[in-house]
Design a protein around this ligand. Structure first.
Ligand code: CTP
Length: 408
């Protein structure tokens, strides 16, 4: 099959592309671009499809017919078709008024648009419109870099213009398992030494760090940051110091917990607490994330000691009282792995079949006795000597009325 034909067939075969292709009709100047093209050529099945149009992005989004949203003053839009959301940007060139600042953007050709991008393997586009469908456009060396599985910037000032690309470099290197082209490595290290990250706002650094921490292999990404010195540029004590501990902690973390918090806590362990609090604020972490990260770094050791001393399930529960899963995982990685696992996998889900209303209905007056009773019932349930509603209620009432427990 001719290369164009083969490529457009591969795009058409993507579940995520079908609603779009069905509505594109005889539009022209529309291209699939960026990571989706890279992943398609690597044999993957990209899900998030970004489009570039040589023309008005808002107008294209509205012609496609689904609900649309306009994201910036340059008209970058998104449209949702049959549950799939597509980002549509007008082809642009960029100029950076100063290093690290957001760029000024101007309408331009697809070729200009590709040459403003971060890495060669991300600077490729496939034509979708009626003229030459499936035609691949790429910056020089994009295909050979993809073949060699390496990340290369397009020009010498790339990291200085946009230092978020330093964190993107670590993120892609770990996710794609690509190497860093030697000249690009030299430029990255030079940019970091020149203080490029300091020209960015804290919230932009934080946004990139959060994306990196959510990667499937975040420890590989942190190792890459360390090799380039990106972690130390964020804070002199930031970075992963104990790989094995980090690995153990991640393995303990249940799948419903936020990996991002644990990863940042692991990298932040050597940052003194008051500095860490200021750093997380500067990086624009949301309050709940910041507090969970601070707790995990500050209370890991004491929680590990308390867990190590716990013998009964109710003591495990008491040892981790109020702790989030990332703190428990980190504490478990410091030693008491079995107790941490028991809590994370089982005990934290144990709840009572009764509540305060049941106790009021039995004549317990409102007040501290209700809480005392419920706590006692939970201890009994955790330790396995009260099961079912009746036994829980009996234990709760005994404790509420001040009698000693019968279960021990
Ligand atoms: N881009 C860039 N410089 C940045 C951010 C983005 O050049 N600082 C370009 C890259 O070409 C990238 C595209 O914009 O491919 C879209 O960026 P993003 O949405 O972050 O990545 P995707 O390509 O959508 O997805 P992935 O993370 O899978 O690469």
């Amino acid at each position: 099959m001719a290369p164009n034909r083969e490529l457009i067939e591969r795009v058409r075969a993507l579940p995520a592309a079908q609603p779009l292709i069905a509505r594109l009709g005889d539009e022209s100047g529309v291209y699939l671009v960026g990571g989706a093209v890279r992943d398609l050529l690597l044999g993957g099945e990209p899900y998030e499809l970004d489009l570039v149009v040589e023309g008005d992005a808002i107008a294209l989004a509205s012609r496609l017919g689904g609900p649309t949203e306009v994201h910036d003053r340059f008209g970058t839009s998104s449209v949702t078709l049959d549950g799939y959301t597509y980002d549509i940007a007008q082809a642009r060139r960029e100029s950076y008024p100063e290093p690290g600042a957001l760029p000024e953007v101007f309408p331009a050709s697809l070729t200009d648009d590709l040459s403003r991008r971060d890495f060669t393997v991300n600077a490729m586009a496939v034509a979708l419109g009626r003229e030459a469908p499936g035609e691949l456009s790429a910056v020089p060396r994009a295909l050979e870099d993809l073949q060699a599985r390496q990340l290369r910037v397009l020009h010498k000032r790339s990291f200085l213009d946009d230092p978020t690309r330093l964190l993107r470099l670590a993120r892609y290197a770990s996710r794609l398992r690509f190497s860093i082209e030697p000249g690009t490595r030299v430029l990255a290290i030079a940019a970091i030494r020149a203080g490029a990250l300091r020209t960015l706002s804290g919230s932009r650094v934080g946004a990139e760090l959060r994306l990196l921490a959510r990667e499937r292999e975040p420890l590989a990404a942190l190792r890459c940051m360390a090799q380039l010195g990106i972690d130390r540029a964020i804070h002199p004590s930031f970075g992963l110091h104990d790989q094995e501990l980090a690995q153990r902690a991640l393995e303990l973390l249940p799948s419903d917990a936020a990996t991002e918090r644990l990863v940042v806590a692991l990298a932040a362990q050597a940052v003194p607490p008051p500095e860490l609090s200021a750093l997380l604020d500067d990086l624009a972490f949301e309050a709940a994330d910041r507090d969970a990260i601070l707790a995990a770094t500050a209370r890991g050791k004491e929680t590990a000691q308390a867990l190590a001393a716990a013998t009964r399930p109710s003591q495990v529960a008491a040892a981790v009282a109020g702790a989030g899963p990332e703190l428990v995982a980190l504490a478990g990685a410091l030693g008491p792995a079995q107790a941490a696992r028991e809590w994370l996998m089982r005990l934290r889900h144990v709840g009572l079949a009764i509540d305060g209303d049941d106790m009021l209905a039995e004549g317990v007056p409102r007040g501290p006795a209700v809480g005392r009773g419920l706590r006692a019932a939970l201890v009994a349930k955790l330790d396995g000597w009260a099961s079912g509603r009746d036994e829980e209620l009996a234990e709760a009432l005994r404790a509420a009325r001040g009698a000693g427990s019968l279960g021990r």
